[in-house]
Design a protein around this ligand. Structure first.
Ligand code: ATP
Ligand code: MG
Length: 201
């Protein structure tokens, strides 16, 4: 009985210490500004996380915009839903090929979408802007890294930006406030399971 009581007290003391530390950190975080978030890595869950954040923001009545690179012509569950909730989409609708023989056409398609995204990044009516699969545009040179850095650096103070995609550029990760890496432990695709509507797109 005595043992149980002291165990209980030790637990309470430990929890109080954790709470004090968390409270102190919450107290210390006083800066009010939009954040730059990057979700990168090889595992599944980057775009769904980005879109989940957009859904969260929409749920609070915030104004959101999404730039979709690469997969613009694909059926997209999040777009089907979020367009009904006044989220603006800039999608790469033309047939983006990844084919070097069509580099000029691909660059033009990427530039057109990036142009729309830049407008969102300069417009303080947008609270959150998601640039889905933007990392590839920089990696493959369809969009200049310096332009992305400039647009994000000069965005309205309260606006948050999310970039998703594999292999985010070091310079972007350096300037981001939050960077998360999704690591693949396994993926259904490796066992021959087909991509599923509502799960994979
Ligand atoms: P999701 O959109 O499901 O969050 P993601 O954005 O993290 O995925 P992408 O690289 O954009 O991943 O790839 C999108 C598609 O590729 C999805 O259909 C997803 O299930 C699939 N995918 C993601 N990671 C892997 C992986 N490690 N192996 C095979 N397929 C993957
Ligand atoms: Mg993705």
């Amino acid at each position: 009985m005595v043992d149980e009581t002291s165990k209980d007290e030790r637990y309470k003391a430990r929890q109080q210490k954790v709470k004090d530390q968390v409270d102190a950190r919450v107290e210390a975080a006083q800066i009010e500004k939009g954040i730059f978030l990057i979700i990168t890595g090889n595992g599944k869950g980057k775009s769904t996380s980005g879109f989940g954040t957009i859904a969260r923001a929409v749920g609070h009545g915030l104004k959101c915009g999404v730039g979709q690179f690469i997969k613009g012509t694909w059926d997209c569950g999040e777009r089907n839903l979020l367009e009904q909730h006044s989220v603006d989409f800039a999608v790469m609708a033309t047939g983006f090929t990844w084919d070097t023989q069509n580099k000029e056409a691909d660059t033009a398609a990427a530039q057109a979408t990036w142009g729309e995204c830049k407008k969102m990044l300069a417009d303080d009516s947008y609270d959150v802007v998601l640039l889905d699969e933007m990392t590839y545009m920089v990696t493959y040179g369809y969009v200049e890294l310096d332009e992305v850095i400039e647009a994000i650096s000069n965005r309205p103070t309260m606006q948050s930006v999310i970039i998703t995609g594999r292999a985010a550029h070091r310079s972007l990760m350096d300037m981001a406030d939050t960077v998360s890496e999704v690591r693949s432990i396994k993926h259904a695709f490796e066992s021959g399971i087909k991509a599923r509507k509502g799960i994979d797109w």
